[in-house]
Design a protein around this ligand. Structure first.
Ligand code: ZN
Ligand code: ZN
Ligand code: ZN
Length: 551
């Protein structure tokens, strides 16, 4: 009996050792094949052709390192309209489009509360690190998970997620619902990185230290070109009629004395609209890696970084400006510095990076016109006045329209019902009216969007951006290259190539070297990273993993 007992004990010990060894080995193996850190980089308003246009002036350690060591998807596009910042960031990380993630604009008309809402705005949270409403933000309006959420679930909340961007929406939406933290920049007189009670009750010490250091103040300096301006042959002359410029300075020309200009340009906010805003973002991201020990163990962490200054500068000076050229040459230097830091702290080959954009941008329409390319500006006042007359003539009431925003019309469904009309008939009648208006190229009804399945063309892009619950009754497509914007600077939002075609670069652990001209779409990014990590795809992914990118 005793002997049998000891044999059983021995067998049990042996079995438990074996199973423990086996588990440990497979665990180690699984962890070994995963990056310690995934860094997602979004460059706000980066067109694909910036990679090629400025390539000869880039250094070896930034964009060119990603292309040299990693994989370049050269035909990567947004597959929905509108191509705005909120939807862009949400789509990169949720692996789907506004139709499912619900981020249908930066701001949109909320059919329930009957007011405009902001994609990251949240009245139920409080600001942290400021008293300002700039801190009342959360991802609550995003309806689906991000790959960073899935990594949190997969790792039992052991893998950290931190989101960083000058813009709140650029930090919050990528980091997802389960993030440890998201930080964004509040300029004005404060010039500090802030958060909200959605994430924490108090800023961690390292953030407070960063805010009280002279890190931000030191960028209130003179912005001049990195290299001799005469070598900037990839952009139009510095002085031209297509640029906005800063308040308090007559001409939009180098150099810009930021300290002197700051009082006429909302204090520290001026830094956001210069390349130093990107440098500050990189500084803060590196401080986060160090203080939060990101990528220090075998459990994958996720850091999302969005460089916003590129967008402010594009809006102000336009895509063809010397200011944009200088911004990208400087961003290249910031990326080099950032990658070197990752090599030193996480280890070369131990992390994986992807870089893309949230949308592109159009050349300044006045510039396009000057070189005889069809382009122009929408006369919204004339359109509204003609449309109001139509509504009064046919419905005796212009109040039949509740809201017009993001090229969509929201109808008062209750009122339409009360006067005994059918909503589909009213939509159809308005479609037929508007298509006759100047500079309106296409008009679709909600009925069409929800009853027809489009697979190609602008119709398909509109449908991918269309949320039956949140979007409007009528969708308008302006003429090609016609925008609602001031006469200087660039903007974005359309389904045209200049807005949809953006870089997609992967490099680091698990990524092959190569390039493709096969079409990829933004929602492919999240499932590709999920596949690399061996985790669930975000819950509403419509993209596909890009197998050819992975080792
Ligand atoms: Zn943007
Ligand atoms: Zn200029
Ligand atoms: Zn923008």
């Amino acid at each position: 009996m005793k002997k049998i007992f000891s044999i059983i004990v021995l067998v049990l010990i042996f079995a438990s050792c074996r199973s423990q060894n086996k588990t440990m080995t497979s665990q180690e193996k699984a962890d070994y094949s995963k990056p310690k850190l995934v860094v997602g980089i979004v460059v706000d308003q980066m067109r694909y052709d910036y990679l090629t246009r400025f390539e000869s002036k880039f250094g070896e350690g930034g964009f060119k390192r990603m292309m040299r060591e990693g994989f370049n998807c050269k035909n990567n596009h947004f597959n929905y309209v509108p191509t705005y910042t909120g939807p862009g960031h949400a789509s990169v990380y949720t692996g789907t489009t506004p139709k499912y993630n619900g981020i249908i604009g930066n701001n949109w008309y909320d059919k329930v509360s009957k007011e405009m809402v902001y994609c990251a705005g949240d009245e139920n949270v409080s600001p942290i690190g400021t008293e300002d409403d700039a801190g009342k933000m959360s991802p609550h309006r995003m309806q689906t998970t991000t790959f960073s959420d899935e990594n949190r679930l997969f790792t039992q909340m052991q893998g950290k997620t931190i989101g960083i961007s000058l813009k709140d929406r650029g930090a919050i939406l990528p980091a997802g619902h389960t993030a440890n933290a998201a930080y964004w920049f509040h300029g004005m007189e404060e010039g500090s990185w802030i958060s909200s009670s959605f994430y924490m009750n108090e800023l961690p010490k390292w953030v407070k230290d960063f805010n009280t250091s002279d890190a931000t103040e030191s960028y209130l300096k003179v912005w001049n070109t990195l290299y001799d301006i005469s070598t900037y042959t990839e952009s139009v002359s510095d002085e031209n009629t297509f640029e906005g410029g800063f308040g308090g300075k007559d001409k939009a020309t180098f150099p810009y004395d930021l300290k002197a200009l700051s009082k006429d340009n909302r204090g520290f906010d001026i830094i956001k609209a210069t390349p130093y805003g990107n440098s500050l973002t990189a500084d803060f991201a590196m401080a986060a890696i160090k203080a939060e020990s990101l990528g220090k163990d075998a459990i994958t962490d996720v850091l999302t970084v969005s460089f916003s200054s590129t967008d402010y500068i594009g809006h102000n000076f336009g895509v063809n400006s010397k200011e944009i050229e200088d911004t990208y040459l400087r961003l290249d230097k910031d990326l080099e510095r950032f990658f070197k830091y990752l090599d030193a702290t996480v280890g070369e080959g131990e992390y994986t990076v992807f870089l893309t954009a949230d949308h592109g941008a159009i050349d300044v329409p006045n510039y396009l016109k000057s070189v005889r390319i069809p382009a122009g500006y929408l006369d919204n006042r004339a359109t509204k006045s003609r449309f109001d007359k139509f509504l009064i003539k046919h419905y005796k009431n212009s109040g039949i329209v509740e809201n017009v925003s993001n090229n969509q019309i929201f109808l008062n469904r209750k009122f339409i019902d009360s006067i005994g009309l059918n909503i589909n008939d009213v939509q159809e009648r308005i479609v037929n009216e508007l298509i006759g208006y100047k500079n309106i190229d296409k008009v679709f009804s909600a009925y069409t969007m929800t009853t027809t399945s489009f697979t190609t063309g602008i119709e398909s892009l509109l449908q991918n951006g269309y949320s039956q619950k949140r979007s409007g009754d009528i969708i308008i497509v302006p003429d090609t290259n016609y925008i609602s914007y001031g006469s200087t600077g660039s903007t974005h939002g359309s389904g045209l190539n200049h807005d949809t075609h953006v870089p997609l670069l992967f490099f680091g652990k698990g990524v092959k070297h190569g390039e493709t001209l096969d079409k990829t779409v933004i929602p492919d990014i999240a499932p590709t990273i999920s596949a690399l990590l061996g985790i669930s795809f975000p819950n509403s992914t419509t993209g596909k993993p890009l197998g050819f990118v992975l080792d």
